[in-house]
Design a protein around this ligand. Structure first.
Ligand code: 26V
Length: 812
């Protein structure tokens, strides 16, 4: 923990401001003030960063490298101040300079290098590894453009590039001396050198990978780990001189652009896999640079390559970095000269893999022709892995060709990345109990029976430092006042709050914290959308990627139904509700984009109907991202976790909401099950089909959405309302949604779960009326949320997968 007093902080800040801007503080813009503060904080981090690296190099402790195509960090200033232990000092020092820290924090661009859950999980894990003194670092891509910015124009999503680096990035440090070369294309020739076959990769295109390092600050423990993101450049870092000097300027420029394209943009589609060459290039680019750099570092510090697997672990976040397996093999075989068996043992012991989805359409499979052309040596290695693996399969499953074909890595002209990831790693984990069971018993059952010991569960978590302490200061204050502050380092100590959940005085305080957060959100909503919402209404929230399986449409249909009820009976007694949505649709995902249009049309219709506008309001908040999530979650009463059972691998916002005292309405899907087990059925509202019923329908059929449409008049009415102009003058605007539900038989059982969902919502209405009982439930949720801290998850990874020593320093 940094020791600095207010006075010195103030002086240092003024000095830093002058140094950077060459002008006095009082005259500057807020952005310049933010920049100066960021730079100062980074300076404070620098010494611990260097010391942490020195320590790792001298002790030789096992290093973990978390390879991920996405890191969704959000803003870093508040996080760094909190973890350095100087947030209050900074706040007060700035106050004396007439600066509001919050105003500066709000100027920081979100670092949005991720699509959603998988990228945010990687960010929470980095925070937990640093805070638990685990030597764990991130490795990924420094996309020039992050996840697109979403604008809503006439109710529809419009994508705008996220030029997050435009004003610079105070947190990153370019490391020119740590560059690597990544080789694409070309051919492989063999040479016989002293009786040993050598593989030579020739005529390849070299690409320069330049790392940018960001410090990851542990909570008050002086540990600073590294997130290393790679940027693609031409090797000469100049135009192609030969064509340039021939006067072919444009050609030279074109080449430079084509190289830089590799780290230009994050792919925004996380449902539908597409075999795009550029994405494969991105994957090999960062994985090759990353593996080369960690091995170079290891050897420079005297590491023995034969002990690599004892000294480092490489974790692959989904299949996107699976090429780490053949890349590590390539280095061990071709550069270190190890025999295959030894290289394979080291590789599989080093690598571990997490699966994050069972949606088959998201499974990565690369066309062999493309793969072979782009990565000729890597392809040869994959072929060899496949051959040896299939030989083992033949020995175990004599004559069972279908089974072997299904399990193979190379088949049907494709490279199946999930199979390669399982075969080439020592651990395969799912992200919640049900998800792991489905992987084992359904999606990957053949692989599971062949390698039963590799499979395990690691239920996701979230960092309570960002999602409670940093983003909900009022609740944190109340918790500290009530149960002390041990929960900060030991989040399961939140359990101490349970006995206070029944205490009226605490319940009052809990209610006023929520009320305050709701007022703040109401203000934000008014500023963003011009909609006035009532802070005394229930804030009912569904924020996440827009996907058919997450069923925003189910939420829409019940709002439409409630609207119908209120029109029928204007005196219907309901607790006023504000329905809040947020989320981005993949640009090519038609149904998801239509869902956004539907939400906005419902909002337009209902918010402008004076007959109901005292009772219900609907809001779609544009450009959902980490910093907006922080504001919404602390102000939420009801957390909507309504995916079709079996489809949501875990979910992580469900955990953030409960930690902030929201009540969950949920299907028994993903980690909702574990949440239910923690809080009991009395403190969560569960509805819908069970996983068994869903799996049974998928297997045996028997569901007909049209029958439900015909037999339930409430459903018929709302479905008809999609097409009768009630929500939009263009009767065909929502035809795709109608057809999805009726013509194409409602793949995600929206109509099947409708009735139960309405009942569950009525129960919420009933429970909310008893203010004290409601607060008791909220308190119990908070008290049981500690287990969902990513600290718990990371300790499980560390002991169960990575085998890293735990240094309990500063955890007491
Ligand atoms: C998949 C794909 C596949 C096609 C190409 C582009 C692309 C980009 C990202 C992804 C990742 C989708 C998987 C994902 O984000 N899964 C979510 O992971 C969370 C963390 O484990 C989990 O809580 C969510 O339930 C799960 O949907």
């Amino acid at each position: 923990m940094l020791t600095i007093d207010k006075h010195s902080f103030k002086k240092a800040y003024e000095k830093k401001y002058l140094e950077i801007n060459g002008e006095e503080l009082s005259t500057g813009s807020n952005y310049k003030k933010y920049e100066a503060l960021g730079n100062l904080v980074r300076d404070y981090v620098a010494e611990s960063w260097m010391n942490t690296n020195k320590k790792y190099n001298s002790t030789g402790e096992k290093q973990v490298y978390y390879f991920s195509m996405e890191f969704l960090l959000g803003r870093l200033l508040g996080d760094a101040l909190l973890n350095l232990g100087i947030r209050d000092i900074c706040n007060e020092a700035l106050k004396e300079l007439n600066i509001d820290l919050k105003d500066l924090e709000d100027l920081e661009q979100d670092q949005g290098l991720g699509n959603g859950g998988l990228g945010r999980l990687a960010a929470c894990f980095l925070d937990s590894m640093a805070s638990l003194n685990i030597a764990g670092h991130g490795c990924g891509i420094r996309y020039k453009y992050g996840f697109f910015e979403q604008k809503i124009v006439n109710g529809s999503q419009v994508e705008v590039p996220d030029n997050w680096l435009r004003e610079g990035n105070v947190w990153e440090k370019r490391k020119n001396d740590k560059r690597e070369i990544v080789k694409f294309g070309g051919e492989v020739i063999t040479q016989n050198i002293n009786g040993k076959i050598k593989f030579l990769h020739i005529n390849y295109e070299p690409i320069l990978a330049v790392p940018y390092d960001t410090p990851i600050v542990g909570y008050e423990n002086e540990t600073v780990n590294t997130l290393r993101l790679w940027s693609a450049e031409t090797v000469s870092n100049e135009f192609d001189f030969s064509s340039f000097s021939r006067g072919e300027f444009l050609k030279a420029l074109e080449y430079k652009n084509s190289v830089e394209a590799i780290s230009q943009v994050l792919y925004p589609d996380d449902t539908q896999y597409e075999g795009k060459m550029l994405r494969l290039k991105q994957q090999y680019f960062f994985v090759s640079a990353g593996v080369q750099s960690v091995i170079r570092h290891f050897k420079r510090h005297g590491g023995d390559i034969l002990e690599l697997d004892e000294k480092m672990a490489i974790h692959i976040n989904d299949t996107h970095p699976t090429l780490a397996i053949p890349e590590l093999m390539r280095i061990l075989l071709d550069e270190e000269g190890l025999p295959w068996e030894v290289a394979w043992r080291i590789t599989t012991n080093t690598i571990s893999y997490t699966n994050h989805t069972i949606l088959s359409e998201a499974l990565e499979k690369w066309p062999v022709d493309m793969f072979k052309k782009l990565l000729p040596r890597i392809y040869m290695i994959v072929q060899e892995i496949n051959e040896r693996y299939c030989t083992e399969l033949w020995n175990s499953y004599i004559g069972q060709w279908d089974k072997i074909a299904h399990m193979a890595i190379l088949a049907d002209g494709q490279v199946r990345m999930a199979n390669l990831a399982v075969v080439g790693s020592h651990s395969v984990n799912g992200v919640a109990k049900l998800h792991t069971e489905i992987l084992k018993k359904q999606e990957m059952s053949d692989l599971y029976y062949f390698y039963p010991n590799k499979f395990n569960n690691k239920t996701n978590g979230i960092t309570h430092r960002r999602w409670l302490i940093k983003s909900n200061k009022e609740l944190t204050y109340l918790l500290k006042e009530t149960i002390g502050d041990s929960f900060i380092k030991h989040p399961t100590d939140l359990e101490k709050f349970e006995i206070f959940a029944k205490n009226k005085d605490v319940q009052e305080k809990l209610a006023s914290v929520k009320r305050l957060n709701k007022e703040k959100l109401a203000k934000t909503i008014y500023e963003m959308k011009g909609i006035k919402v009532n802070p005394d209404s229930i804030f009912d929230v569904q924020i996440k990627r827009i996907h058919a399986y997450k069923r925003q449409i189910l939420n829409c249909l019940r709002i439409m139904h409630l609207y119908n009820e209120l029109l029928k009976d204007p005196n219907k007694d309901i607790v006023p509700r504000t329905f809040i949505f947020g989320g981005k649709a993949a640009p090519s995902y038609y149904l998801a984009k239509k869902t956004i249009e539907l939400i906005n049309s419902i909002a337009d219709t209902i918010n402008n109907d004076p007959r109901v506008s005292e009772k219900i309001k609907v809001v779609f908040l544009d450009n959902y991202r980490v910093s907006l999530a922080e504001q919404i979650i602390r102000a939420t009463d009801v957390s909507e976790q309504i995916s079709t059972t079996t489809k949501e691998a875990s979910g992580t916002s469900n955990m953030k909401f409960m930690m902030n005292g929201a009540i969950t309405i949920a299907t028994l899907d993903g980690a909702n099950i574990e949440i239910r087990d923690e809080v009991s059925d009395d403190n969560i509202v569960i509805f819908g089909l069970t996983s068994k019923e869903v799996l049974d329908y998928y297997k045996n059929g028997g569901y007909l959405s049209y029958d439900i449409y015909r037999s339930d008049i409430r459903i018929k009415n709302v479905i008809d309302d999609l097409m009768n102009g009630k929500y939009h003058y263009d009767n065909n605007r929502f035809k795709a949604i109608y057809e999805n539900l009726i013509t194409y038989n409602d793949e995600f059982f929206v109509l099947k779960d409708f009735d139960d969902y309405i009942r569950a919502q009525e129960k919420i209405d009933y429970l909310y009326r008893d203010k004290y009982k409601w607060q008791e439930m909220c308190g119990i949720n908070i008290a049981h949320s500690g287990i969902f801290s990513s600290d718990r998850t990371i300790l499980e990874y560390a002991t169960g997968i990575w085998g890293t020593e735990l240094v309990y320093k500063n955890l007491k």
